[in-house]
Structure formats: C-alpha cells, structure tokens
Design a protein around this ligand. Structure first.
Ligand code: TYM
Length: 329
C-alpha cells in the first residue's frame, strides 16, 4: 500500500519555493488520488539552528495555519507536530548507530552550513538521520519534496537497507516524488534556491505577504541587462526564475509565457508577474487571517493529528525494538 510522508520546518511562513516545490503537490496528491498522506511540522529539525522559544511556538502555529489555508484538509491528511510524537528521536538514534560519518559528511547541506561557522553543532550534522527516522517511522513509500531534499531521501533508502540487512526486513525503500517546480530561485540571488534563511528578505516571497510586499519584491528581483523576456535558466537565471514563478501561478508552460509576453520589457513583465502572484495567493492569505483567530480549532487539529501519528509510530517502534533486541518484557 502506498503511504506518503513529508515535512516542513516551522522556521518561518512558507515561501513560494516551499509552496510550489512541496505544499501544492501535497494538496494535489490529497485531492486527486485520495492517498494516505502524513505531514509533519518538523520542529525538532528547526532547533538545529538557534530559535527564539516564544517565536518558535508562534511559527509552529503559523505553519499549521498556512498548510490548512493552502488546502490541506486535516480530516483527510494526518497533520502533526514532530516533537509531540514519541519515536522520531529514538528511531533517529537507532538509525544513527547504523550510519557512517562519511555518509553524512558528503551531503551538500552539511558542506554549505558547516563552512559558515567555526564550530558546527551536532544537530546540523545528524539532521538527515532524523529526517530518515521521520520517513521510516511511518513506513512511507513516497516522499514528495523539492530538489534540495533528494540526497536526504537517498540517505533514507541507505539507512532503511542497512536496518533491514542488520536486523529484520521491516522498512520499505521510499521513493522521491519531485514536482514540476522543484527549485524556485532566490529573487535577489538567482544562482541560489529561494530559502527561508535568505539574508535579504526581498529574496523570498512568503505565501502570506501583502500585495504591496509582493509588488516590491518582484520589482527588486535581480535580472540581467537584457530587457527581452526569454527563458534560459542557465544563461539568464533571473528572468527565467520570474517566468518559472509566472508558470507556477498561472499553470502555463514557460514557453507559452514567453510567447504571451512578446514585446514586453522587464519592468512590464514584472508587473504582470506580481499581479498574478498576488491574485494566486489572495484566497490563501484570506484563509490564513481567518484561521489565525480560531486557536481552539488549530489546537484540536494538532491534537488529533498527534494521536493518529502516535498510533502508527508506536506500531513501528514496537517492531523496531523487537528487531534490535530491546524488548525484554
Ligand atoms: P524545508 O522546511 O526547508 O522545506 C519544505 C519543502 O519545501 C521544498 N523547498 C523548495 N522547493 C522548491 N524550490 C525551493 N526554493 C524550495 N525550498 C524548499 C523542500 O524541498 C521541502 O520539500 N529537511 C526538510 C524537512 C523534513 C522532511 C522530513 C521532508 C524533515 N523531515 C521528512 C520530507 C520527509 C526541510 O528542511 O524542508
């Protein structure tokens, strides 16, 4: 049986990259295929970098609101907070005992992040093992994510295989599902992906940004000196990224966008893009504002999700403990 699992860090409101790279595909999978989907707000991952406790609490709620506002239906999809479910951290430890240091050292996110600080913390290093535990705890068969997570799912498959070989064959080998818009770039630095930790907040559009914020950010988006609208992600990453965003919000192929933009210059095209982005996210932003007021509903959603997730996690952990030899009575 197919089981889909994915996660999102509550480090800020999801941006357009998170939305088109992941959240939108979760909503589509939920709606089209009536799949069994489990989604986690991965708060334990977010504390691998310093967080303000009061702010983190708020961000967990805001992430939940964004997922529901985007179309995740808590009656059909299990939606829960990672740290509330027992099993993520303990399975992570057990998998960590099967994981080698070189397997983690070569991962691109570790390389990038460890270069930025003098003394890296352990959590950042072992982060992908916790991610593997998230996926395997639910015996997920499919993981819909953006391109930056592909290596982490690969590691998950290695660790599942290592566990199955060492102890008992209990874990499926999870497949990555990549969407059409798997890598939206930063508006300020189109060589890089759009990221929650952008140094310049104008590099990312959050899905609940106001119309004015969206217009300003698109206006300031870095493009090149050529004012023609052509799609060439390698040679012209800035304008191509705007075409990609336009393609996502209008569900139109990039080439068609280029055809429809004949004769426009960059300034005119940018104003079309921001208009389309504002329109696309208008209803989501509206639901976000409404839902924010209904805290008892939000807390009920988290509590229900936690119960459903815990039930599955308990079953897997029972099998895991048996397999490893940890169940004495
Ligand atoms: P996170 O919170 O950074 O991102 C959530 C999802 O958004 C995708 N994404 C993007 N897609 C396209 N363009 C972008 N610029 C862009 N930026 C982010 C990510 O690929 C991701 O799918 N480690 C994960 C969270 C996680 C997880 C898991 C995911 C923890 N455990 C288990 C899947 C399964 C992360 O940091 O995602």
């Amino acid at each position: 049986q197919k089981r889909i699992f994915s996660g999102i860090q509550p480090t800020s409101i999801p941006h357009v990259g998170n939305y088109f790279g992941a959240v939108k595909s979760w909503v589509d999978l939920q709606n089209d295929q009536k799949e069994n989907i489990i989604l986690s707000i991965v708060d334990l991952h977010s504390i691998t970098v310093p967080q303000n406790p009061a702010r983190l609490q708020q961000q967990i709620e805001e992430s939940l609101i964004c997922l529901i506002a985007s179309g995740i239906d808590p009656n059909r999809t299990v939606l829960f907070q990672q740290s509330k479910v027992n099993g993520h951290a303990s399975l992570s430890w057990i998998l960590g005992c099967l994981c080698t240091i070189p397997q983690l050292e070569h991962l691109p996110q570790w390389k990038e992040k460890s270069e930025l600080v003098k003394e890296s913390r352990l959590g950042i290093f072992t982060y992908p093992v916790l991610q593997a535990a998230d996926i395997l705890l639910y015996k997920a068969t499919h993981v819909p994510v953006g391109e930056d997570q592909v290596k982490h799912i690969e590691l998950t498959r290695h660790l599942a295989k290592a566990f199955n070989r060492t102890y008992l064959n209990i874990f499926p080998s999870p497949q990555t599902i990549l969407g059409k818009h798997k890598r939206i770039k930063s508006l300020r630095n189109p060589a890089n992906k759009m990221s929650k930790s952008e140094a310049d907040s104008k590099g990312k559009i959050d899905i609940c940004d106001s119309a004015e914020e969206i217009v300003q950010k698109v206006k300031k988006a870095v493009t090149d000196s050529n004012s023609a609208i052509t799609y060439d992600p390698i040679e012209r990453p800035g304008i191509s990224n705007l075409i990609e965003i336009m393609s996502a919000v209008t569900d139109t192929e990039p080439n068609r966008i280029v055809e429809n933009s004949a004769g426009l210059d960059t300034v005119q095209f940018k104003s079309r893009v921001s208009e389309a982005v504002v329109e696309y996210f208008r209803p989501i932003r509206k639901r976000f504002i409404e839902l924010r007021e209904d805290r008892s509903y939000l807390h009920k959603v988290l509590k229900d999700g936690e119960e459903k997730a815990q039930k599955i996690a308990d079953e897997t952990m029972h099998e895991v403990r048996n397999a490893v030899g940890l169940n004495v009575y």
